[in-house]
Design a protein around this ligand. Structure first.
Ligand code: ASP
Ligand code: MG
Length: 325
């Protein structure tokens, strides 16, 4: 089937009925342009936290199998509500749970890995011109028990379904409009990136930035699915994660823990200017380095002391040339 597009909406994008209407509008706009649309949803707002909290009130160590049975309900509620709304607007839509959508996983409850997706049902629904809405974050194991993928796992559902359907691309909609050069809570004047390679994104996530579920980037890279992160609430261009590599541009400054700083950018190992700028700052502030690691696309430095956020800001202003859009 040609031109399938996968759209994933995060919890804050579907938090209430008003937001669901915004989401429905985005979906129907795309559908009207003749696309085959598959939607992956997270649970609404803080529903997953709420369900986990309620289980913990009942039992400190609830069985993982039962926790999966419980938290998977959050996504099921969101998917059914969106389908009800789209149908009421005159669009054909159907909600599917992970198992109905053919998402098979290993047996690791709470942190399951997708092993195989049988796309038969999804394709059948698309052929009937349905907008197919699939619950994120969950699948089924060989015992027909529900499994979930770990917090934030709906991103992985989206990219895995996109890969199985050979989709044109996979949009990840949330309340932020893309990937930024640094954590805006730590650094002023962060800039939005228009593009990143899979490898850069993996390096950024491995330094602890919780932007996307890490496995989704690995799957995107393996199956060459461009991942586009965008805001649900504006039309600004987002950030495209794909295998297009721009040499010599620094993409991200990340502080993991208090004293480890990483700078990510493809080909950074050959970027003498970047290396020199970083070392100049280290010298200027007389920072004590314990470890200095360089790989193809990342410099990581562990310092003896805490690195203040204004030093990150200075590294960003020296190294990042990209203009925000
Ligand atoms: N609802 C799940 C969570 O809150 C999965 C997701 O949103 O991706 O972690
Ligand atoms: Mg998320």
């Amino acid at each position: 089937m040609d031109d399938i597009i996968v759209l994933k909406f995060g919890g804050s994008s579907v938090a209430d009925n008003e937001k669901l209407k915004i989401v429905a509008d985005k979906i129907t706009n795309m559908y009207d342009k003749n696309n085959n649309i598959v939607v992956i949803l997270s649970a609404q707002g803080k529903m997953t936290d709420r369900l986990i909290g309620e289980a913990k009130e009942l039992a400190r160590n609830a069985e993982k199998r039962e926790l999966d049975a419980l938290v998977s309900c959050g996504e099921q509620m969101a998917a059914a509500k969106l389908s009800i709304l789209l149908n009421s607007l005159g669009y054909k839509a159907i909600s599917l749970t992970g198992w109905q959508a053919g998402i098979y996983t290993n047996n690791t409850n709470q942190n399951a890995i997708i092993q195989n997706i049988n796309t038969e049902r999804i394709l059948k629904e698309l052929e009937q011109k349905n907008i197919v809405i699939i619950t994120g974050f969950q699948g089924i194991n060989e015992n027909m028990d529900i499994t979930t993928f770990g917090r934030g796992g709906s991103d992985t559902s989206a990219v895995a379904v996109a890969a199985a359907l050979k989709a044109k691309n996979c949009y990840i909609f949330s309340d932020v409009d893309g990937i930024y050069t640094a954590d805006p809570n730590k650094v002023k004047d962060t800039k939005k990136l228009h593009a990143l390679s899979y490898e850069e994104m993996l390096e950024i996530s491995s330094e602890g930035a919780k932007v996307l579920h890490n496995r989704c980037v690995e799957i995107g890279e393996k199956f060459k699915i461009p991942i586009i992160t965008k805001s649900t609430f504006n039309n600004k261009p987002g950030t495209v994660i794909s295998d297009i590599i721009e040499e010599n541009t620094i993409k991200s400054i990340i502080k993991k823990d208090l004293s480890r700083v990483s700078i990510v950018g493809n080909g950074i190992i050959r970027n003498i200017d970047a290396m020199k700028s970083v070392l100049d700052i280290v010298q200027k502030y007389k920072l004590d380095m314990l470890e200095f690691d360089v790989t193809e696309s990342k410099i990581s430095i562990t310092f003896k002391n805490v690195v203040e956020d204004d030093i990150l800001e200075e590294i960003q202003s020296k190294l990042i040339k990209e203009e925000s859009i």
